[in-house]
Design a protein around this ligand. Sequence first.
Ligand SMILES: Nc1ncnc2c1ncn2[C@@H]1O[C@H](COP(=O)(O)OP(=O)(O)OP(=O)(O)O)[C@@H](O)[C@H]1O
Length: 483
Amino acid sequence: MSNILIVDDEIELCHFLNYLLCDLGHAVTVCTSGEDFDRAIMEKEFELAFLDIRLPDRNGLDILQHLKQRQPLCKVVVMTGYGTIKTAVSAIKFGADDFIEKPFDNIEDIELLTEQLLVKGSAPADHEALELASRLNCFIGKNEEMNQLYKLAYKFAKKNVTVLIEGETGTGKEVLAHFIHHASKRAGSPFIGVNCGAIQENLLESELFGHTKGAFTGAAKEKKGYFEQAGKGTLFLDEIGEASLATQVKLLRVLETGEFIKVGGETIKKNQARLIAASHVNLEEAVENGTFREDLLYRIDVVKLTIPPLRKRVEDIPQLVDYYLKQHELGLSFTPDTIECLCKYNWPGNMREFVNMIKRVAALAEGETAIITPHYLPSKLMSNSKYLASANVPTAVHQSIPAIEMNFADYLREWCQQMIDTWEDDDVVDLHHVLQMIKSMEVETLQAIIKKALKRTVGDRKQAAEQLGISLRTLRYYLNEKK
Ligand SMILES: Nc1ncnc2c1ncn2[C@@H]1O[C@H](COP(=O)(O)OP(=O)(O)OP(=O)(O)O)[C@@H](O)[C@H]1O
């Protein structure tokens, strides 16, 4: 038998929970106001509490904090309605173990949650979240913020709410969106990802909502849009901050009405997909700057999850290296000084840059060594390190010095000289090596030209892509910003 506290001003609900929990053999104390609550926690120690977030005489979050301070071992489940779902996020951040939505539609869920919290000491969601992440090859590590983030995401995945994911480029927003999809009841339905910045304005409406046959010149047959393709699954709107204002209006309309019409069509279709939006720019700032609609932000920011950048979780880097090497069966081992270089670097491209770095290192070391020393790292990772000056650099590393670190013209000169040396060498030429040089020159040249364009446009990727006559997606691809 455990002592359970119920705090809610809805008498009917209190009666119902009281009956249910007493029936399970527990001793229940019911409080219908903040005042009752103050008295109850002075008189008794509780193992579990069900708290309503909205009480007439007291803020539910204050009650939660007060309870956690006085009785830190007491597990807490907050009870929310749709209008208070944002408060549920704060409640979990303030230490609530889980939340349930009112009205309750599954009594068994409450019984199960009660048992899990009282017997096992943690909400079922917590260990299930970590298990699912591991099944999906999604690295979380030991960082507390990342752990909380994934546990929180798991708890909200099952609810039918829109999620907004923020985080710097490459932090893993799409990876997290996949995780939410798999943790949700929609896992058996499609997951459709759309890069909002990459949709061409004139194709926008038909891309999103589809079109009927003959709706416009070139519409030879009927086509499903992203909303319809997602069906009862998840529609992931990546880089929503880059959507044009016209796109934003169209998205807002679907979110407000839950309906859309195909271009050229007449039938109103219901949107059944769950929306997850992601942005690498802070959307509140974008609203202030006038580039993002406030009403759209209000609609998508029901549950906001912010992924910390890799530089804020360097304690996880050694484990991340091991994880990645094992996962890809690379059979390499990084020396402690190499790991030190990785921990000192600030990783502006976050997880994506990290993965690319390991792939590059593995390619360089192939056939040469299984022990990775700092010399195998890109020079930018060693810029503050004693290793850069060392003369004892393996051949493969020398030949791949990236252009970013030097003037591009110097890079070209060095590349030509190396190619001439190879040509004039009397030995048999290693053709594989020559091909590698050509490929690396192609990549470095494309990146150098794009970076020059980005300088001209002061970092505006869309404008740079237009100037270069390529799509934004292609530009990002060349910059290694997308898989
Ligand atoms: N938690 C993770 N576990 C394992 N790999 C990850 C994780 N997060 C990110 N990655 C790696 O980083 C790459 C980039 O991740 P993702 O595309 O999700 O980033 P993003 O934040 O959506 O990027 P962008 O801002 O450019 O849209 C992935 O392809 C994957 O290789």
